[in-house]
Design a protein around this ligand. Structure first.
Ligand code: IMP
Length: 512
């Protein structure tokens, strides 16, 4: 009794777990799987969590998600979707200057509901050509123009019902197309076009200019699907925002100039090891010549590397060397850093300069996105997580009954032979190319219009569990030592996953 009385409760509140500093300042690199965050206090709902962030000095987004500049991840369709959903996409540079600029332009010109570059055929094409298009894209109506291209005179429209019962598939479209058309003039507003479509009861509404040339198409199915995108990432002129990748090579100065002329919002200097004379010189040059365009520099993993790029003018840092799903850099080059450690240290340094850091690579699920934010990142850049979606480039194919899409590292032999990957890894002119990435496939993830809200709802729940309503408050707690971490043994990791079941149904990708 007397002994018990001596054990006095400390007046200090007991804090379980450890601060980030004590976790990361150890002699071993840490990845997302190596730790957990301890829960905080909840007095709000997940929908009260605001995921607004900054992806560069001047660009704000409503969700902390960026799609990687990889040729199996981001072209215009992905970038449009990312921007509509509140993030941003970075168009890869394994393309000619003109091709890449066209993708940028498509994003900047995108208007919700209009199809700016529909598939078009000529009257000399046959029903068999329509069949081939339907099989590939599942389209139901194709406009027919004089020479089979956009901006040529509109002659008719072929819908499924025009060709469904026709036995002779080699008939030219001129003999089956509908010529009694309802059209709308160029410049029509979305609301007006919607109204015309509704009244006409047609499936497709061609938009034509004064000379009767086709400039865009609107479809009833899109109209039905058409939703508002309150989170969309837009510039001052209400156009969607887009990023594009470039190398540091002198011959890419023309690329940069063209991308800027076409309206790119964020230039990403794409390099596997960004701490170089080339990148520092390019950054200084860009900031002098085009101060209005934000530049994301990288990739870096140490404070020294990051600070040098910030001093040269970087508006954001891209962090990661080796954590990517397709990446073999760490094994091949013996160089790199465990991703959570890399993000923690670089973010801590960049905070002093008010520059956001982007956690690039190794994000496999909702938990990893959250952990990247929790160790200081302002957003996560994802390749494999978004690849395999309907909006990623490439066609679906089947292997053993599973629907897949191709996904490859930009330093895989295949991608390097395409050009862009080789620039990223500085091996463009070299005869012997050492691959730092592999080429493979990922499963069909469906459309990002469903997948991204699902991922973000997961992140909102995760932040709620930690007791934070927004990313800046999470970062404040991180640096104050109030956000508590706990290392995770291998046994703890095994226990944290599904175990002891004979069988179970896997959750949606991203929650595993
Ligand atoms: P993921 O999200 O884990 O698939 O990683 C995507 C990131 O991997 C990209 O944003 C790049 O930083 C990086 N990356 C892309 N291609 C390669 C490669 O071939 N080798 C190593 N890293 C790559």
């Amino acid at each position: 009794m007397a002994r018990n009385a001596k054990i006095k409760a400390s007046s200090k509140p007991l804090l379980d777990g450890f601060s980030a500093q004590s976790i990361f300042e150890k002699d071993q690199g840490i990845t997302y799987k190596d730790f957990l965050l301890l829960p905080g206090y909840i007095d709000f709902a997940p929908q009260d969590v605001n995921l607004e962030t900054r992806v560069s000095r001047n660009i704000k987004t409503k969700i902390p998600l960026i799609s990687s500049p990889m040729d199996t991840v981001t072209e215009s369709q992905m970038a449009i979707t990312m921007a509509l959903m509140g993030g941003i996409g970075i168009i890869h540079n394994n393309l000619s200057i003109e091709e890449q600029a066209k993708h940028v332009e498509r994003v900047k010109r995108y208007e919700n509901g209009f199809i700016p570059d529909p598939i078009v055929l000529s009257p000399r094409h046959t029903i068999a050509d329509i069949d081939a298009i339907s099989e590939k894209f599942g389209f139901s109506g194709v406009p027919v123009t004089e020479d089979g291209t956009l901006r040529s005179k509109l002659l008719g429209l072929v819908a499924n019902r025009d060709v469904d019962f026709e036995h002779n598939r080699s008939l030219p479209l001129s003999s089956v197309m509908t010529t009694d058309l309802v059209t709308a003039p160029k410049g029509v507003s979305l609301v007006e076009a919607n109204e015309i479509l509704r009244k006409s009861k047609k499936g497709k509404l061609p938009i034509i200019d004064k000379e009767g040339r086709l400039v865009a198409l609107m479809s009833r199915t899109d109209l039905v699907k058409n939703r508002e995108f309150p989170l969309a990432t837009k510039d001052d002129l209400k156009r969607l925002r887009v990023g594009a990748a470039t190398s540091t090579h002198p011959h890419d100065r023309e690329r940069i100039e063209t991308l800027i002329q076409r309206g790119v919002d964020l230039l990403v200097i794409d390099s596997a090891q960004g701490h170089s004379r080339y990148q520092i010189e390019l950054l200084k040059e860009l900031k002098k010549k085009y101060p209005q365009v934000d530049v994301m520099a990288g990739n870096v993993v140490t404070r020294q590397q990051g600070e040098a790029l910030i001093k040269a003018g970087a508006d954001a840092l891209r962090i990661g060397m080796g954590p990517g799903s397709i990446c073999i850099t760490q094994d091949t080059m013996a160089c790199g850093r465990s991703q959570a450690t890399a993000v923690y240290f670089t973010a801590q340094m960049a905070l002093k300069h008010k520059i956001p850091v982007i956690a690039d690579g190794g994000i496999t699920n909702i938990g990893d996105i959250t952990k990247a934010l929790a160790v200081g990142a302002s957003a996560a850049m994802c390749g494999s997580l978004l690849a395999g979606s309907k909006e990623a480039p490439g066609e679906y194919y089947y292997e053993n009954g599973v629907r897949l899409k191709k996904f490859r590292g930009m330093a895989s032999i295949e991608a390097m032979e395409g050009g862009g990957g080789a620039k990223r890894y500085n091996v463009e002119d070299q005869k012997i190319k050492v691959a730092q990435g592999v080429s493979g496939a990922v499963v069909d993830k469906g459309s990002l219009f469903e997948f991204i809200p699902y991922l973000m709802q997961g992140v909102r729940h995760a932040l709620q569990d930690m007791g934070h309503k927004e990313i800046p408050s999470l970062h404040k707690a991180l640096y104050a030592g109030d956000l508590r971490f706990e290392p995770r043994s291998l046994a703890a990791q095994a226990q944290g996953g599904v175990h002891g079941l004979y069988s179970y149904k896997k959750p949606m990708i991203g929650a595993e």
